[in-house]
Design a protein around this ligand. Structure first.
Ligand code: GLC
Length: 655
């Protein structure tokens, strides 16, 4: 280790054949060897594969070689940086602009144990409301009640499932947080109630910048100033920057009383029926784009004091925590305001442990093939950094998708733990139907597939909540001894069994697919392969290549237009020949009763015995009651059996 004024650093040897993953939100592909990764939250506008700083700052990585893996969590909130052999090959440098070299080494030997331990340390996510796993539609902006009603109607008329509509900044009165535009949203309560009746939840955006508006009866500004809740400069002056509402001030979320106040402010939204909040611009973003007042670029002064009196810190020390603390304020506020109901929280910025409060999306991506391609390794590295509930804007945020790009993106989007379509102001519309019949049909099919897979995906969320397990996984997560997976960024596993090999280039209808050791089945045709091997998959526009491991067990629900609050009245278990085991998790999907044990788990096992395939279903456990229902067990390529499921033990023989 070494230090100088204002910085502390440590150096580690990089072993031969060692690879580096995680690092939170990162562009590019999977392995970060020979790159520099800085941990400092910024508004990563126009990011690309060479970008370094991003919206999130998570100073955690996993080092993997064919013998073992270990993780390092660099416990510093200050600006910090990893140089993974860039300056000096074979040497990793970790440096912080803080006074201590404080880090945790977490032994594996496999990535799964490292993430379990890392999330034991930094926290795990609560199980979100089940509807948050459905399809979300967003745009900057659906700018009036009429537009939103029309949007909702299109989804239902066209039978494209959708659960959530997001309202971007234009629902507010002049971008004043916690207000509604009386002109464009004259009766939000009625709008939201009508949408609710049609099976939609509404999520509104909330930015941290509070319009600077003395003597204008803007309650939020007045109360904030009165109670001294906004960040001040070291000289004691109210700090301001320029964001959507022009001149704005920024709450000091590091202080508990400010978080409590902010949390309670969400009442203006929850009273109208809002079920989730989208936190944006909380890096905090002020310097990166020319906003307001002649495009002045103002940065947060690094010496601005923040945090409670008893534990005062500077902005330099707390900058990376701003988004995390805003998300915390929001999540805790919603928990109180929507008593008994789980809420959805989404944040752009965050820090290690952000999973405790919020889901995360990868900010302003672009409608380009390269961004579609990059979305999977980005989300995989987030999952390897303890943040499982993540997504990218389907279709791309900035720019205009083509029909082909959009269709391919919807296929990939079906795999995102957070499945949200979004697009920027002044870009082409990006709803599933705007590109014509063929694209609409593809979107419907893949959104339908998402809804069919919800019992499987919901169980993955439960695993993430209980063990920190990523939902979307790079292949190296399950095959850490297989070198062929170390750079394999364009294939992913959704949970343990389902593998996708999407197409992310225009005009491409074939692609190479790597099948690691074991038996693999083509999801669509049932064709069987013995890995390890490479195959050339045929993937016309209608098809995203999907594979299931032998012994894979996937619970399938009937397609619904939105997530229902009732327990599944019927269920299909698709099981692929081989040996495997899987536990289905169920609860009411919306309350906190599961925390008191009101949930249900059912263990399924498959194995081969004397050339027959045996499926064993254990007795259902837990206090969540499910009425008798029909369960179909399909052993793919072998046969199907139905029974009335009353939660008791079963043993089925196939073949
Ligand atoms: C930021 C967000 C984007 C949002 C826009 C307007 O660019 O990243 O998602 O639509 O602000 O609020």
């Amino acid at each position: 280790m070494g230090w100088r004024t204002g910085a502390t650093a440590g150096w580690k040897r990089i072993e031969a054949d060692e690879h580096f993953y995680g690092f939170g939100e990162r562009t590019g592909f999977l392995d970060k060897l020979s790159e520099v990764k800085t941990n400092w939250t910024i508004d990563a506008l126009d990011y690309n594969s060479l970008s370094d700083e991003m919206y999130q700052a998570i100073a955690f990585y996993i080092a993997l070689n064919p013998d073992r893996a270990y993780g390092i969590f660099f416990n510093t909130t200050f600006w910090s940086q990893f140089d993974i052999g860039a300056e000096q090959p074979g040497v990793l440098r970790m440096e912080t602009r803080g006074p201590e070299l404080d880090y945790y080494i977490i032994y594996g030997p496999e990535p799964a144990q490292i993430i379990a331990t890392y999330t034991q340390l930094t926290g795990r996510m609560p199980i979100p409301p089940k509807w948050a796993l459905g399809y979300h539609q967003c745009r900057w902006s659906y700018e009036s009640e009429d537009v939103v009603r029309e949007l909702a109607k299109e989804f239902r008329d066209r039978a494209i499932p959708c659960d959530v509509i997001h309202l971007d900044i234009d629902y507010m009165r002049g971008y004043r947080v916690f207000t509604w535009s009386p002109k464009r949203f004259p009766d939000p309560a009625k709008l939201i109630a009508d949408l609710k009746a049609a099976g939609f939840k509404v999520v509104t955006i909330v930015d941290p910048g509070v319009k600077y508006e003395p003597e204008a009866d803007y309650e939020i500004f007045d109360r904030g100033v009165e109670n001294d809740y906004f960040v001040r400069t070291a000289e004691g002056k109210l700090f301001h920057g320029y964001v959507w509402p022009d001149k704005a001030v920024f709450p000091d979320f590091l202080r508990p009383e400010v978080r409590q106040w902010w949390g309670e402010l969400h009442k203006t939204l929850t009273d109208m029926g809002i079920a989730g909040i989208w936190n944006d611009m909380n890096e905090p973003a002020i310097a990166e784009r020319p906003f307001g007042d002649g495009g002045e670029h103002i940065s947060f002064p690094l010496n601005a004091p923040q945090g409670p009196e008893s534990d005062r810190a500077t902005h330099a020390q707390t900058h990376n925590l701003y988004g995390l603390m805003m998300a915390k304020a929001c999540a805790e506020g919603l928990q109180k305001l929507r008593s008994g109901y789980r809420s959805f929280v989404l944040t752009r910025s965050g820090f290690a442990g952000v999973q405790r409060y919020s889901s995360v999306w990868m900010g302003d991506n672009q409608s380009q093939w390269e961004h579609l391609e990059m979305s999977l390794p980005m989300l995989c590295n987030m999952g390897l950094s303890g943040v499982a509930f993540v997504g990218c804007d389907i279709g791309g945020f900035a720019g205009n998708a083509t029909a082909e790009l959009f269709a391919r993106w919807m296929q990939v989007g079906m795999l995102y733990p957070l499945m949200r379509g979004h697009s920027a102001m002044s870009t082409a519309q990006h709803e599933p139907w705007v590109f014509g019949d063929r694209t609409e049909k593809i979107c419907r099919e893949y959104i339908n597939l998402r809804y069919q897979l919800l019992p499987y995906i919901y169980t993955l969320f439960w695993e993430a909540a209980t063990a920190g397990t990523p939902i979307l996984r790079p292949l190296l997560y399950h095959f850490p001894r297989d070198r062929a997976t170390y750079h394999l960024y364009d294939q992913v596993l959704l949970g343990p069994s389902l593998m996708a090999a999407p197409v992310y280039r225009p005009g491409v209808e074939h692609r190479a697919v790597y099948l690691p050791e074991g038996t693999w089945y083509d999801w669509w045709t049932g064709e069987c392969y013995q890995g390890p091997m490479h195959i050339l998959a045929h993937a016309p526009l209608e098809r995203m290549p999907l594979y299931v491991r032998g012994g894979g067990i996937i619970a399938i629900a009937p397609v619904k237009q939105f997530v229902s609050e009732e327990p599944l009245e019927s269920l299909k278990m698709r099981i692929w020949p081989g040996s495997g085991e899987w536990t289905l998790y169920e609860d009411d999907g919306h309350s906190f009763e599961h925390e008191k044990g009101v949930s249900a788990t059912t263990n399924y096992k498959v194995y081969v015995e004397e050339e027959k395939i045996i499926v064993e279903i254990a007795a259902r456990e837990g206090q969540f009651s499910i009425s008798e229902r029909e369960v179909i067990v399909e052993v793919v390529g072998v046969g199907e059996q139905r029974f009335t499921d009353d939660g008791t033990v079963r043993r089925l023989t196939f073949g």
